[in-house]
Ligand binder design. Structure first.
Ligand code: ADP
Length: 312
């Protein structure tokens, strides 16, 4: 195990933010952390990186305790890279000089790294002549030149346009394929993490409420809180007295009124690229239904087919 966090707690002014949290990260794993704003995701990343002191508990990295800023001269574990979403590069430096200043590896390796991070064409630029996405990939290259074993990225895609997003995603994929680098990402965007993560950890009020692979978290969330973090969902009362089953819009189909297990009226529709998302009202409940047939008009009476077979 690369990282083991045991019963870690952290508060700000007597307000508990992590309370208490357990977590393990395997070497080579890609872990996504999701949760509502204020659930403690950034605090967790900073604790893992040795940038925040714990109140109690301990974090082991390769079997050794990660020391907090109070215990060391320079805060931050040397083998752990933490990159916040607000990347700040020193102004008026040439990119290659900045990289060389921080790097602990040979120039040749830095050049390779610049290629991998898609910033090799920017090496002679000054840091104030770069776009946000370029700055971020340069900051990443600088951190990687310190040869970390664990990469912690706090909402890395948050301020990027689609082009820069897919470039960064490619860089992260290459880092994983070529170096097997362990990566942890905090993100709000389902499309970015579902296809990327090996495992998703869901946080709520400083604790982990569910962890599992993307299919488990998306298809079998333990409750509505977890479900809403990854997109629209429906709660279907299958048997009286039992908790409703959570089903995604893709588990439903619109069929002819009179067939299917429910009947309803289309109240809204919105195009989603991969299909049309319909809001269908049935017995005072609104169901979100994803259907490839975009032609159903608002107001039409339709049947609803529900696929309740468990997605494996
Ligand atoms: P998230 O990343 O999930 O949005 P954070 O870890 O940033 O959550 O914050 C968790 C809680 O801790 C929030 O309620 C936030 O207001 C509080 N918090 C974070 N940093 C500080 C700080 N430096 N001082 C006081 N409270 C803080």
């Amino acid at each position: 195990m690369l990282v083991v966090a045991r019963n870690i707690t952290r508060s700000y002014a007597a307000q508990p933010v992590l309370s208490p949290l357990n977590l393990t990260i395997e070497s080579g794993e890609r872990l996504a952390i999701i949760g509502e704003t204020g659930s403690g995701k950034t605090t967790l990343l900073k604790c893992l990186a040795g940038l925040l002191d714990l109140q109690s508990g301990e974090i082991l990295f390769e079997g050794e305790r990660v020391k907090g800023p109070r215990e060391v001269l320079l805060p931050g574990h040397p083998s752990i890279c933490y990159l916040s979403q607000a990347v700040d590069l020193r102004n008026h430096y040439r990119v290659e000089d900045l990289l060389e200043r921080h790097s602990i590896q040979a120039l040749e390796n830095d050049q390779q790294l610049a290629g991998l991070c898609r910033v090799d064409h920017l090496l002679t630029r000054k840091t104030d002549q770069l776009s946000g996405g370029e700055k971020q990939r340069i900051a990443l290259a600088i951190e990687l030149s310190k040869q970390p074993k664990l990469l912690l990225l706090d909402e890395p895609f948050a301020h990027l346009d689609m082009g820069h997003r897919s470039t960064l995603r490619q860089v992260l994929d290459d880092l994983h394929e070529q170096n097997g680098l362990t990566q942890v990402i905090v993100s709000h965007n389902p499309t970015e993490i579902l296809g990327w993560a090996d495992r998703i950890l869901v946080m709520k009020k400083g604790v982990c409420v569910q962890a599992g692979n993307p299919v488990e978290i998306y298809e079998r969330p333990i409750d509505a809180y977890v479900a809403q973090l990854l997109g629209p969902f429906n709660e279907l009362p299958l048997e009286t007295g039992q908790d409703p089953v959570i089903l995604r819009p893709e588990r439903f189909r619109l069929v002819e009124a009179g067939t299917g297990s429910l009947i309803g009226i289309i109240r809204k529709k919105q195009y989603e690229g991969s299909g049309m998302l319909y809001a269908v009202e049935s017995n005072d409940v609104t169901y979100w239904i994803k259907d490839h047939d975009a032609g159903h008009p608002i107001g039409r009476e339709v049947g609803i087919f529900v696929d309740t077979t468990t997605f494996k």
